[in-house]
Design a protein around this ligand. Structure first.
Ligand SMILES: [Fe+2]
Length: 236
């Protein structure tokens, strides 16, 4: 499939170094456990990263948790990870320990180049030059929020996106810098909502290394009582 490269597990790092624009998928048999994900991420990191310092988040339907969409059965709207950070992780890993057996929980990806290509120039201008607030939490605490543009250029000129919007919050313009910032954010929100994503269901043991900022990502709703179990880790 376009945008996606399937490689041998021991080639992930080599391929990632030469191709920062594709989703790299590998199959591990047996599936990686937490420690295996930590070791892989430590090896992929460009800064010195001890394996035991890698934060691995478990994403699994947890009925008693009510304040996290990721831990619910709901679909996850398209976003980039770590949007509240000054420097979001350039990559992240999704490792499937146990797939959804009911046909739910497929990963969805929207290439940022497709979004930029579809956007009118005033939208690109607003997203690249205005400054928006990205929240870490929705409790009113702005301490860990980030203010900056939605679109930036990577060193080689490729577009990078920072975006997280849902039914609770959309990034608000803090400085419009002469652009139609609020309209541009509204255009993006609606476009992303209506866009046809690349859909890929990770099977047991499948791991995806995703260039964050080059794709918006989300997931389809989980099936009832899903036991899908995903390990997620950021690669810095
Ligand atoms: Fe995410």
């Amino acid at each position: 499939m376009d945008h996606m490269r399937v490689v041998d597990p021991d080639k992930i790092g080599i391929v990632a170094r030469e191709d920062r624009d594709s989703i790299i998928v590998a199959e591990f048999d047996p599936p990686l456990e937490t420690q295996g994900v930590q070791e892989l991420v430590a090896g992929l990191s460009t800064r010195p990263t001890p394996a035991d310092s890698v934060d691995v988040r478990v994403i699994e339907y947890t009925p008693e948790v009510h304040d996290s969409t990721a831990l619910s059965l709901d679909r996850l709207t398209s976003h980039t990870d770590g949007s509240f950070l000054g420097r979001p992780p350039p990559w992240f890993v999704l490792s499937c320990r146990r797939a959804d057996t009911g046909g739910g929980g497929a990963s969805t990806f929207i290439p940022v180049d497709d979004v930029v290509g579809a956007a009118p120039s005033w939208v690109v201008d607003g997203l690249a030059r205005a400054e928006f607030r990205f929240l870490k939490t929705y409790d009113g605490d702005l301490t860990d929020s980030f203010v900056g543009p939605v679109l930036t250029r990577r060193g080689d000129g490729a577009w990078l996106m920072r975006w997280r919007a849902d039914h609770l919050y959309r990034p608000e313009p803090v400085r419009d810098n002469g652009t139609r910032a609020a309209d541009a954010a509204a255009w993006l929100h609606e476009h992303v909502d209506a866009a046809e994503p690349v859909v890929h269901a990770l099977g047991d043991g499948h791991l995806a290394l995703i260039p964050n900022g080059r794709f918006l990502h989300g997931r389809t709703a989980l099936s009832a009582g899903s036991r899908r179990r995903i390990f997620r880790a950021w690669v810095f």
